[in-house]
Design a protein around this ligand. Structure first.
Ligand SMILES: [Zn+2]
Length: 462
């Protein structure tokens, strides 16, 4: 007859955290109202019926709870135990779905928001669903507003008379993201809840100025909490159309923030790292070329490179290089894809030995003038297409530059011969010549150098 807890995973960690938060709330209460309050104010005057009711809720005694709710209309469903918890909070904390459902049918039930946050923090999906179907959540602002915004009006998110047990800026979806509860994040997103991006650190709008003056610590914490939610894999993968791009940009934003908000440097760095690990994790999961390409190239509209149609644009990869995401660039799946693009149209060469590759390089270097002419005349021929591949392009550029340097050195070689004149000798080409001026026609080497430079110039202007 007793309801059985739905899951029994290790949640000692979250329990301990909740206990610590309760102690903190007590300490704060004591600091605010003085120690005498602890013993006087909480004069717990529960009637026997109320005590029985709370016990039944805590231990999941469904028949007793149902009977008491039906037969005792004067029963105060919001009565609290010695720890200040009401029946709903006790039932949720002990994962009693049926009792929670019975209690939610009552009209004047308080602290539904706190029960929701509690269920989220413990990962009780069925209970979260039950609470969310309560009519209090028909107003979607309940889900989008944080307790600090909502508590002005009622004790919806309150844990006890002193407010919430979670941070005041934590909305249900932020909490679900922190706890990596994919299913709950999904449910909340479906109900229109979103995590609002914090304003710029230097923002001077009225809200930011107010929060900064009112409580700068909680302002900073609220920013971190929001970013923690945004950077959570659960939120990234479920809320974003393009999780890779969002994660890359967020990791960069967080890295910048780490340098601005020095006091929270480690937190921001950790979150930035988390975003990067998320992207690398996605690359890890790829099963075929198509999936790797999708990650490296981004959305379908811009998968083609604007400069070279037919070749992937690798926008995401370029972004990863810009944001110094070394793990992503050096990832085997990414490198494999890059290698296959590198040997485009020359796939056979990839498997050849270094000696053969060297011979190909040498051949291209020697035959470069001929190859260049062929490409110029028929760029779309088979040879032209091979020449357009990144590998041969690189070899051709390197060879062309090396030849240019060789020409320069050879042209300057006569300077190394030294002079044939003896120390006390002067030479005159013409007897009446005053200055040492001599013009000769261009040598063939100079003509080649000039034509190379003109070629480079026309390439730059084209
Ligand atoms: Zn602002």
């Amino acid at each position: 007859m007793f309801s059985v807890p739905l899951s029994s995973g290790s949640r000692s960690n979250s329990d301990r955290q909740l206990l610590l938060r309760q102690s903190l709330a007590k300490t704060r209460r004591q600091a605010v109202r003085g120690p005498a309050y602890m013993f006087n104010a909480r004069s717990n005057s529960l009637s026997v019926t109320e005590e029985r009711f709370l016990d039944a809720a805590e231990y999941g005694n469904i028949p007793v709870v149902r009977k008491m709710l039906e037969e005792l209309p004067e029963l105060n469903v919001n009565c609290v135990d010695y720890m200040g918890q009401n029946a709903l909070q006790l039932a949720v904390a002990n994962e009693h779905l049926e009792v929670t459902e019975l209690l939610l049918k009552k009209d004047n039930l308080a602290r539904i928001g706190d029960a929701l946050l509690l269920a989220i923090s413990k990962g009780y999906i069925r209970i979260v669903e039950a609470i969310l179907s309560h009519r209090a959540f028909a107003d979607t602002r309940r889900l989008t507003a944080s307790p600090s915004q909502a508590e002005m009006h009622d004790d919806f998110f309150a844990y006890d008379e002193d407010g919430t047990r979670f941070s005041h800026d934590v909305t249900p979806i932020i909490l679900a993201s922190h706890c990596h509860e994919y299913e709950i994040v999904h449910i909340l997103l479906g109900k229109g809840a979103r995590i609002e991006r914090p304003h710029d650190y230097f923002c001077k709008c009225n809200t930011c100025t107010y929060h900064q003056r009112h409580d700068s610590f909680s302002h900073s914490r609220s920013r971190i909490n929001a970013y923690k939610g945004l950077a959570s894999p659960a939120y990234l993968s479920l809320s974003s159309e393009d999780p890779v791009l969002t994660a890359l940009e967020l990791s960069n934003e967080l890295a910048v923030l780490a340098n601005i908000e020095k006091e929270f440097k480690n937190d921001y760095k950790k979150l930035s790292m988390q975003c990067k690990d998320f992207v690398v994790g996605l690359l890890d999961l790829c099963r075929n070329t198509e999936e790797v390409e999708a990650i490296l190239n981004g959305d379908v509209d811009s998968t083609q490179s604007p400069e070279e149609p037919g070749r992937p644009s690798l926008i995401r990869l370029k972004l990863a290089i810009k944001y110094e995401l070394k793990k992503f660039v050096a990832h085997p799946n990414c490198q494999q894809q890059l290698l296959s693009i590198w040997y485009e149209n020359l796939s056979g060469l990839r498997q050849q030995t270094t000696a053969i590759k060297f011979l190909v390089v040498l051949g291209v270097a020697v035959g470069l003038p001929v190859l260049a002419m062929v490409y110029w005349i028929a760029p779309c021929s088979k040879l032209g297409k091979i020449m357009r591949g990144p590998f041969l392009k690189f070899v051709a550029h390197a060879a062309s530059f090396t030849i240019f340097l060789g020409l320069l050195v050879m042209n300057a070689a006569d300077r190394f011969d030294g002079t044939k004149l003896l120390p006390n000798m002067t030479t005159h080409d013409h007897p009446g010549q005053l200055f040492r001026m001599k013009t000769t026609p261009f040598t063939w080497m100079e003509i080649l150098i000039i034509s190379w430079v003109i070629g480079q110039l026309s390439r730059c202007t084209a």
